[in-house]
Write a protein that binds this ligand. Structure first.
Ligand code: SF4
Ligand code: SF4
Length: 429
């Protein structure tokens, strides 16, 4: 791991504000492990805010429900581009700006573990840290014992302060959400992990930590290193456990959830509110308007450009953080449940040189890989050699490319290399 620039000061003190709704919302039907939710509306249907529009098909585990973030009409259902370049079937809702809502169940008290998992699944809660893994699946423990529940407040990418804003402003609901989820896990060690640069949060947490109902919860201060918020790095820092390859955290008695996910789970369980919005950071040196905003899922990037009167000249627009986020050029690409930010950055021109075998990329790789080998074998078309060097263990944190003095295109080689390997594996089957 390594120290990188922060840039969080631009938005850290800024209170969450609502962002005006877009006229069209693009709701991608996210694929996970080959599973995809099925649309239950058709073009021309009138929909209400919070209404279920795509649902998990019978017998499928790895999909999540999708709800309309506004009231209006189903305008289109077809494949639209996404930030990662892979098009996805998308339901487009034309907003009528009337905010007509479906009736949500009354606030409830008292639920079993099965009720909680069911409500999280119904509400379409997914991992908001980026991966968008369906949260309900994580809590189906199948008899496993969980010793440690880690609440990931690390948010180690530069610029992003959306999780910080949740921890600072929505503290009570976050703590209640932790207790609700831990009523399933029954972990004895419940840890909110935050970075040293955010340690003032301890003062905000203090009155909650003193309460009997939150007595199991403690705060763990992480060093300001990148990628400290990566699941495996976090588990190592908090518990000392080095995760074996090909195992999941729950196999070693640990569950990790991002703070945004826990907040969403609270709303789904207590208020029956499905996920239709999230907190994001809008920032970057090319945006005059920076801050933390509550924004509807499905809002296209073009709407943010219009609202802020921004042009695309000389800017790189990134969905997510500057390290792991995706540069986007299609303005219909939407905010998803896993998008932590939209950044407007200066366009950089890289002078690429050859690898000088300095080994810096190896030193910083949190997964103990040899990133220069990925570039070499990708460039030479020796795709099967990529797996010899465990390319599938790469978490695409971009630390190697950040440190490289020759600007070798490591991340591009890694991403493209993974695609080539998958194509080859599919062709062999
Ligand atoms: S940091 Fe760059 S130049 Fe150094 S070994 Fe890695 S790829 Fe080569
Ligand atoms: S090889 Fe992968 S995991 Fe290692 S530093 Fe590069 S992007 Fe991160």
């Amino acid at each position: 791991m390594m120290h990188i620039f922060s840039m969080k000061g631009k938005t850290k003190e800024m209170l969450i504000q609502p962002l005006a709704d877009a006229p069209f919302l693009y709701m991608p039907l996210l694929k996970y492990a080959g599973s995809v939710p099925a649309p239950i509306v058709k073009i021309g249907d009138i929909v209400k805010k919070y209404q279920l529009i795509a649902q998990i098909p019978e017998g499928v585990n790895w999909a999540s429900n999708v709800h309309s973030p506004v009231s209006g009409m189903v305008h289109d259902i077809k494949e639209y581009p996404q930030a990662d370049g892979q098009p996805l079937l998308t339901i487009v809702i034309k907003n009528d700006f009337k905010e007509t809502e479906t009736v949500l169940q009354e606030e409830r008290q008292g639920y079993t573990s099965e009720d909680i998992i069911d409500l999280i699944e119904k509400g379409g809660v997914v991992g908001e840290g980026g991966a968008q893994f369906p949260t309900a699946s994580k809590y189906r423990l199948e008899g496993r014992q969980i010793n440690t529940f880690i609440i990931n407040g690390a948010e180690c990418e530069p610029y992003l302060t959306a999780d910080y804003a949740i921890m600072a402003e929505r503290t009570e609901k976050l703590f209640q959400g932790i207790n609700i989820l831990n009523s399933i896990l029954q972990a004895q060690d419940v840890v909110i992990a935050i970075e040293e640069q955010n340690k003032e949060l301890q003062k905000i947490f203090a009155p909650f930590l003193r309460k009997k109902e939150f007595e199991k919860i403690r705060v763990f201060i992480l060093s300001n290193e990148y990628p400290q918020g990566g699941e495996l790095q976090l588990i190592k820092s908090v518990t000392g456990i080095e995760m074996p390859r090909n195992q999941r955290p729950r196999d070693v008695g640990v569950i990790v959830n991002n703070v945004g996910t826990i907040y969403a789970a609270y709303e789904a369980v207590v208020n029956s509110k499905p996920v239709i919005s999230r907190i994001i950071t809008i920032s970057g040196e090319e945006s005059e308007y920076c801050g933390n905003f509550e924004i509807k899922v499905g809002t296209p990037i073009g709407h943010i450009l219009n609202l802020f009167g921004l042009t695309t000249n000389n800017k790189t627009i990134v969905l997510g953080g500057p390290m792991m986020g995706k540069a986007v050029t299609d303005w219909s690409i939407p905010i998803t449940k896993g998008s932590g930010g939209v950044l407007f950055l200066k366009k950089e021109k890289f002078k690429r040189s050859n690898c000088i075998s300095c080994g810096y990329c190896v030193d910083v790789c949190p997964m103990h890989l040899m990133p220069m080998k990925f570039e070499e074998y990708f460039r030479r078309g020796k795709y099967f050699n990529l797996e010899k060097y465990s390319i599938s263990s790469c978490i695409e944190c971009a630390a190697c490319e950040y440190i490289c003095p020759s600007n070798v295109p490591l991340i591009e080689s890694i991403k493209e290399g993974k695609i080539k390997l998958k194509q080859l594996a599919d062709a062999i089957q």
